[in-house]
Design a protein around this ligand. Sequence first.
Ligand SMILES: Nc1ncnc2c1ncn2[C@@H]1O[C@H](COP(=O)(O)OP(=O)(O)OP(=O)(O)O)[C@@H](O)[C@H]1O
Length: 499
Amino acid sequence: MTVAELGQLNLEELPPFRGASRSLDCFQKLEQIGEGTFGQVYMAKEVMTGEVVALKKIKTEHSKEGFPISAIREIKVLKRLHHENVVSLKEVVISQEGINELAATKESLDNNKYNGGVYLVFEYMDHDLTGLSDRPGLRFTVPQIKCYMKQLLTGLHYCHANEVLHRDIKGANVLLNNNGSLKLADFGLSCSSHRRTQNFTNRVITLPYRPPELLLGATNYGPAVDIWSAGCIFAELLHGKPIMSGRNEPEQLHKIFELCGSPDEVNWPGASEIRWYNNFKPARPMRRRLREVLRHFDSHALDLLDKMLILDPSKRISANDALAAEYFQMEPLPCDPKSLPKYEASHEFQTKKKRQMQRSNEETAKRQNLCYPPPHARLPPIQHKPQLLQEHNHSVNNQLQQPFPTLPSNLYSEPLVDVGLPNRYHSNGNLTPGYNQTHGVQAQAGVTSIGPYPPHGRAGSNMTNRSTTPSYVAGPPGFSHRGSNPIASNRNQQYGWQQ
Ligand SMILES: Nc1ncnc2c1ncn2[C@@H]1O[C@H](COP(=O)(O)OP(=O)(O)OP(=O)(O)O)[C@@H](O)[C@H]1O
């Protein structure tokens, strides 16, 4: 089998160019449901059958590399993977202009200058995990979390058994449907775990889900990278917010060290030989505090999480072993996917848009209040000018002293332990009955200071975060404090981490 080089369109390998490829006209776009680095995603209907599908448009217009390698990867990998927990790629279609272009000039294709619209047609999934989790008032029960985690790990085990590393596991790439099925999606960064020469890029996986070995510069890694990301999702499901979300690589590593301890030759033999180990070595060793910080989790959940978030990738639990963990055998058992509730469609793109609109409405309202303070209803303004002025000043001061407008409590840009738990969790901080009821005390207080994280409010979280960044020696070459990851930073912007 010939493998496409970077930027080369390997036509033999691609279904769309096999001549029999159908036109985009076979589908009717209904609405946009996703916007990623590599293209827009639409909900669409197949005209003939009425079947609802997801269409992912591959961005080629501004791509320097011609037909994007990520799309080639995704098509190649998904042609090979067929599993109930991996999204199914049904076909690839081309816009009519694309078909004309292909018919007109074979030469332009060989030069990899194909510019027509290419769409990947996927089975439609009602939600992604980030979008669904963001629904106000939504609470996942323990059996639901177990059911989702079981499917996530089953999908990962299948990929790993087929020598595929996903390399971008995060909530937005975990799709769910109203039949309770969970499927892994977005294989644009995936790679084969059994390449003869392992010299992978370490600039993969969205920052809050990126494991320490990649942040320390490892280029030889394996399935354990996906397990770390899955562990972060697990903790997020249990806690309601990402547990470690730094805005840049040094901050992310610091958050990992705070929770999981700093690496040394005892807890991670060979760590000191990783490329940037010395650049990120904290001034003082930090001890592992995961079990202490997350002590409000159920003990079996904590046991499993502890094994998924181990610093040393060679000691990290495999997907298969995780599936055999006591957590999944103990009552309450994972629920039957079919019994999961059905929700109105929720994708991260839409919830993010709603949130942006809410924020801009609130800002407009705030600006209007500042410009036009409401005059005292009972006093004619002209007679009470001094008093009005006083009122105005008072009003402005009040406005400035007000906390920022209330936003959905589970915003991804916010660190885990700054504020109370999001509203989809019970107010005592425990997820559901069956979870340890005695450890919700800190969460009850609303503002928490669990573990190493200082207590601070929403509005000042960024500043406070900065002050907690440790005194690292200089970062590694190519690491900047903002947006240093050419692949991931682009993706991270969707969360507002690296803007
Ligand atoms: N099969 C599908 N059914 C429903 N929604 C989907 C489907 N595939 C993708 N989406 C939605 O579109 C979003 C973006 O899709 P995807 O991650 O595949 O695109 P991308 O360009 O690779 O994005 P990113 O830059 O985040 O990696 C997903 O988070 C999801 O909400």
